[in-house]
Write a protein that binds this ligand. Structure first.
Ligand code: ATP
Ligand code: SF4
Ligand code: MG
Length: 397
């Protein structure tokens, strides 16, 4: 078993400033037009990918962003990297508003924010050698000096053999390719690396090694990460602070331990209860959500989570009813103490999780399990270790 050295505590190289974040995002909205027509394309609606999102990323720290597919994680990341323009809202970098900077004005800033993508196969040009790939940002930004030496130093830092400088991506394994992507991201000595599902395409046994590497680099270089994943186990191990997203909004923002020990949004409770415990064959009580995620082209009014929310049903006292406030008024992120923020009219209180499980047990017949209210941990078999097994021996969530 590989024991990652990733800990979100010590970041000696970091120049952490307590109050000015490296990145401050406020009110980010992104609407993608839905068009009809071949020649004259008419907008017939919009996908509301981001519906007003605020977050801060601090130097030397990791902001984890977690949520189901389509909730807007990559859109937020691409806006921070300035690969995409927000429809509304602002991005500040080290206190400076960069939202309206021109391409030319952005050039020096582009060096300070780099991206590592999910797919280490698709994100590397198969016709370029590893040396060319890692040197590309140096070339583009006109960095002088011995590029080959610099690239070989980077290769050594990410655990690749510097003598493999002339090899091509297909000659490397998935984990090694992701190391190439990380070396390329490091080339310009950025302050922030956006990691968009960086280990999701890797075998579980390799995931921990790449997470270790990211943790070591953060400590050595004082790097900040925006770390996106749908895997709560992975996010837990790399993040200092976590934003939980649902349908284009952040519904909960908290320091890592506060989020896992005391989740206040019903969606976070459901996500945590659905995550594998890491113990093989373990059975856990799991809060199931009714229905599917609504379409971001037609988000529900009021709280967008209301059609699926178990807490709303607990508040109304009727499994078929949702309080009017949840149906009509959109909750905003509100501080519930010590920087823990939640967007919910009725945040989770002690004992709510059990009560919601009881309502669920009386309403829902769980598939494939004779014991009502107890679900087999999804996707966990003896043959398939989880990252949790690898990173902390399976303490679970
Ligand atoms: N260029 C685009 N044009 C139209 N719609 C888009 C575009 N990019 C993203 N979307 C839509 O915006 C919403 C958010 O997408 P996004 O890729 O940010 O989600 P995500 O949380 O990263 O999902 P995943 O976990 O699957 O990567 C989705 O409904 C997606 O279909
Ligand atoms: S505001 Fe209402 S519907 Fe939304 S999460 Fe809170 S309790 Fe549930
Ligand atoms: Mg994505």
């Amino acid at each position: 078993m590989t024991e990652p050295t990733t800990t979100p505590d010590a970041t000696p190289g970091a120049t952490v400033t307590a109050d000015v974040p490296l990145v401050r995002a406020r009110g980010l909205v992104k609407r993608f037009p839905i068009t009809r027509g071949v020649v004259l394309q008419r907008a017939i609606g919009h996908v509301h990918a981001l519906a007003g999102v605020d977050f801060d990323i601090y130097a030397g720290k990791t902001l984890g962003v977690v949520g189901e597919s389509g909730c807007g994680k990559s859109t937020a990341a691409r806006i921070v990297a300035r690969l995409l323009e927000p429809t509304e809202g602002t991005i500040e970098f080290e206190g400076r508003d960069i939202t309206t900077l021109s391409r030319r004005q952005m050039v020096p800033l582009r060096r300070t924010v780099q991206v590592v993508f999910q797919d280490p196969y698709a994100s590397l040009n198969p016709r370029q050698s590893v040396g060319q790939i890692i040197a590309a940002p140096l070339r583009v930004h006109g960095v002088e000096g011995d590029r080959r030496k610099k690239v070989q130093e980077l290769m050594a830092q990410v655990g690749l053999n510097p003598e493999h400088f002339n090899r091509y991506p297909h000659e490397f394994s998935g984990g090694q390719r992701q190391r190439i992507g990380i070396a390329r991201a490091l080339a310009l000595e950025p302050k922030l690396i956006i990691c968009d599902e960086p280990v999701s395409a890797l075998d579980v046994s390799i995931q921990a090694q790449v997470l270790n590497l990211l943790g070591d680099l953060q400590r050595e270089r004082g790097l900040a990460y925006m770390f996106i994943s749908h895997d709560l186990g992975v996010v837990r191990h790399v993040s200092h602070r976590i934003s939980v997203m649902y349908l284009g909004s952040i519904v909960e923002n908290a320091d890592r331990d506060a989020l896992y020990d005391n989740p206040r949004h019903p969606y976070t409770v459901a996500l945590i209860s659905a995550a594998p415990t890491g113990e093989r064959g373990a059975r856990t009580r799991r809060l199931l959500l009714a229905g599917d995620v609504p379409s971001p082209a037609a988000p529900p009014p009021g709280c967008t989570f209301h059609p699926r929310c178990p807490k709303a049903r607990l508040v109304s006292g009727d499994p078929a009813e949702v309080p009017e406030r949840c149906r009509t008024e959109r909750p905003v992120l509100t501080d519930v103490g010590e920087g823990h923020q939640v967007a919910c009219w009725y945040p989770i209180e002690k004992g709510d999780a059990e009560k919601m499980m009881e309502i669920q047990a009386s309403e829902i017949t769980l598939e494939g399990d004779p014991e009502l209210g107890v679900a087999q941990t999804e996707g966990l078999t003896d043959a398939q270790p989880r990252p949790d097994d690898l990173v902390d021996g399976g303490t679970g969530l």
